[in-house]
Design a binder for this molecule. Structure first.
Ligand code: ADP
Length: 301
């Protein structure tokens, strides 16, 4: 049986207002268009893996029941993402990202709101999922304490099955500037994706500077990768070889929402298919560039 990819993270409702220019503070501006979409880093990455790249995926996330959850679940199912391990919390609402999308340059500004509990290892993952069915688990870097427990559990499974099957690969996305005490997440991941936002919050002015800084905290010598918007991406392999890849600019940048999530999906898919890191980096950049040229995620590649 083909093994599946498990994704652990969040799914949100995105409310996207298109504007002709980014508003100044206190300005009243009419949106030219408003639309709703499924969002959330892990959910977007899995939707690209499932809907565009044909990978069998399963998402573990928390949700709040209601029309918003029905909307995002319908969308995930259309991308062949299994959501049967998601947990519903009645009485809450679905996390919502209010996104201002500047049609002049495709840039997006996000205000995020949530009152939904985060995933807990004991109730949401550890006891429910048969890892025999999986060959890769991707984690969104949030909720550090619980996520570390979940990663340690995958690691323990690998130790237990050391001569019986290839180890499950673990990838991690570290995106948010505010994430603190994230070092414990670097202990288990085979592949770590960092964002430009995270790099700049650590006072790094290039992707490579951030990766070299992160290497000092990464005894496992994971593959370390950092996207840098329209400048492309950089990676360090376990022997500290450096790979750079320029961005693949589309004819017109239409929508950069989820460019990073698409990049992550592309790199994971290529690595999971046995491609070396430099080729995987290139595939991720190409896929993300194509995504920037269209609205949403129906990417032709
Ligand atoms: P995020 O969505 O997390 O802000 P980035 O902006 O760093 O992610 O973009 C991730 C990847 O998407 C980049 O490495 C690049 O390959 C691609 N990308 C982002 N913006 C553009 C763009 N304007 N043109 C082409 N590719 C882009």
């Amino acid at each position: 049986m083909t093994k599946k990819l498990l994704g652990v993270g969040i799914v949100t409702l995105d409310i996207i207002n298109h504007v002709e220019h980014y508003p100044a503070e206190d300005e009243a501006l009419r949106a030219t268009r408003s639309r709703r979409a499924r969002g959330g880093n892990a959910a977007n990455t899995l939707a690209v893996l499932g809907g565009v790249l044909g990978v069998k995926t399963c998402l573990v996330s928390t949700l709040a029941p209601g029309p918003d959850a029905n909307f995002v679940l319908h969308d995930l199912h259309a991308c062949h993402v299994d959501t049967s391990h998601c947990r519903m919390y009645p009485g809450c609402s679905l996390p919502t990202s209010y996104i201002t999308l500047n049609d002049a340059n495709g840039s997006r500004t996000i205000v995020h709101w949530r009152d939904l509990p985060e995933l807990t290892a004991a109730t949401d993952v550890v006891s429910h999922i048969d890892l025999d069915d999986y060959d890769w688990v991707h984690f969104e870097g949030r909720n550090v304490e619980q996520t570390t427990i979940m990663m340690a559990w995958i690691h323990a499974y690998n130790e237990k099955h050391i001569n019986k099957r290839p180890p499950i690969k673990i990838s991690l996305e570290v995106e948010r500037a505010k994430l603190v005490n994230y070092e414990s997440l670097l202990v288990y991941a085979d592949v770590v994706f960092f964002s430009k936002e995270f790099a700049e919050s650590r006072e790094c002015s290039s992707a490579l500077e951030l990766l070299e800084l992160m290497r000092l905290k990464n005894e496992k010598r994971s593959a370390l990768i950092c996207g840098w918007g329209e400048k492309g991406a950089c990676a360090l392999d376990e022997a500290d070889n450096v790979f750079n890849c320029p961005a693949f600019e589309p004819v017109k940048v239409v929508d950069t929402i989820g460019a990073g999530d698409t990049f992550v999906a592309g790199v994971i898919h290529a690595m999971r298919s046995g491609k070396p890191l430099d080729k995987a980096l290139r595939f991720g950049c190409r896929l993300a560039g194509a995504k920037c040229g269209i609205e949403g995620f129906r990417i032709e590649h």
